[in-house]
Design a protein around this ligand. Structure first.
Ligand code: PLP
Length: 381
């Protein structure tokens, strides 16, 4: 067996699922705000684009994807961020963003000529970045977060910077909902240029915002920048497995070379649905309004009960501070206390020690479930 697999932390969501199942087996009804899997329907026009693209014969798709999908993605980057991408040079489709996040390591790490490689991973982060680094035999450097929930670049010593091959960012952020300003992206890319590393920006939540649209790393530059995005959250398409990789021409060329060997080509009917989704903004605007309505309900009750919501300027997550008066100090204890009252949340410490003072609520259930949860919170907090 691959000994690197033994070094991986337990998968956070397995523990949560087991605890939920145990309570449900006792007949307890749970309102589930634990997992960030959108529950609203995939818009009908996207489903229709998929069925219209089903052909009687079935042929292998290519991992480079249909030119019209790459064009649709480049068009979206142009309209949304004012970034000009060549669809044949700067863009590749992915089978959802998770495989792209994981497999980026194949292009950048494990290079027998370079010796030990280090990957910078924020101390509180989606688990895939560190897992991928470890399975590509790289050293994981945990990046401490500053008070704005951004990796503190001043904490990077010359020794670390000298070994760094890749640095991960994820804004808007899961779990905190924090957003990175353009100045931060400029600072990181300048550092990458100076110390010869790449910056990968997971922008899965870029379209789920409330007051103003968050920036993309690619607005700062394409060189050394790799952006990964997805239709999962923007268009309620988690089951479709459709995302994108965009940015640095050399990295994309390497991925174009290696990905056909890996079995990650997206079926063409999914690609046609994806094309329809990237070309439409109306459904995304409507979805944002749904999340805003749910968010308002929670913000009101939490404020009334004097619970502090940190960051949470974007994404469908609320990052709620553990109230000491209720259930001790740890996010695990508070999550358990809420679970016993029928509300599932994710303990922040499942995503890293820095999350120990917070729980994460994913506002994905329908409005009426949110209303019931808010009533419960109103009575128990
Ligand atoms: C930060 C972040 N990136 C990526 C993903 C994966 O999304 P996809 O469905 O595109 O694989 C998730 C899923 O929850 C996520 O939270």
């Amino acid at each position: 067996m691959n000994s690197a697999i033994e070094t991986l932390a337990p998968y956070a969501f397995t523990a949560l699922r087991q605890r939920k199942e145990a309570l449900q087996a006792q007949g307890i009804e749970l309102l589930d705000f634990g997992v960030g899997d959108p529950q609203d329907p995939t818009p009908a026009f996207i489903r229709q684009a998929l069925t219209a693209a089903l052909t009687p014969e079935s042929r292998y798709p290519t991992s480079a994807g249909l030119p019209e999908l790459r064009q649709a993605i480049a068009g979206w980057f142009g309209r949304r961020f004012g970034v000009t991408l060549d669809p044949d040079v700067h863009v590749l489709p992915a089978n959802g963003s998770k495989e792209a996040l994981f497999n980026l390591g194949l292009a950048l790490l494990d290079d027998p000529r370079r010796g030990p490689q280090a990957v910078g991973v924020p101390e509180l982060a989606y688990q895939v970045y560190a897992d991928s680094a470890r399975l590509h035999h790289a050293e994981v450097i945990p990046l401490p977060l500053d008070t704005d929930w951004l990796p503190d670049l001043n904490a990077l010593t010359p020794d670390v910077l000298g070994r760094l091959r890749l640095l991960w960012l994820n804004y808007p952020n899961n779990p905190t909902g924090a957003v990175a300003p353009p100045s931060y992206y400029r600072e990181v890319l300048a550092l990458a240029e100076r110390w010869d590393f790449y910056v990968a920006s997971d922008e899965a939540y870029s379209e789920l915002w409330y007051d103003s649209p968050p920036p993309s790393l690619l607005q700062t530059g394409l060189e050394r920048a790799i952006v990964i995005n997805t239709l999962s959250k923007r268009s309620n398409m988690t089951a479709y497995r459709s995302g994108l990789i965009a940015g640095d021409a050399q990295v994309l060329a390497t991925l174009r070379n290696v990905r056909p060997r890996m079995g990650v080509a997206t079926p063409e009917f999914i690609q046609q649905a994806a094309r329809a989704a990237w070309e439409d903004e109306a459904h995304v605007t409507a979805q944002r309004l749904r999340y805003a309505e749910r968010r308002q309900l929670f913000i009101e009750v939490l404020a009334r009960k004097e619970l502090v919501v940190d960051a949470s300027a974007a994404t469908f997550y609320l990052w709620v501070r553990v109230p000491e008066r209720v259930a001790g100090r740890s996010s695990r204890e508070f999550a358990e206390w809420l679970l016993e009252r029928g509300i599932v949340v994710l303990p922040g410490e499942f995503l890293g020690a820095r999350g120990a003072g917070h729980v994460r609520l994913a506002l994905v259930p329908p409005l009426e479930t949110c209303q019931r949860a808010v009533e419960i919170l109103d009575s128990v907090l």
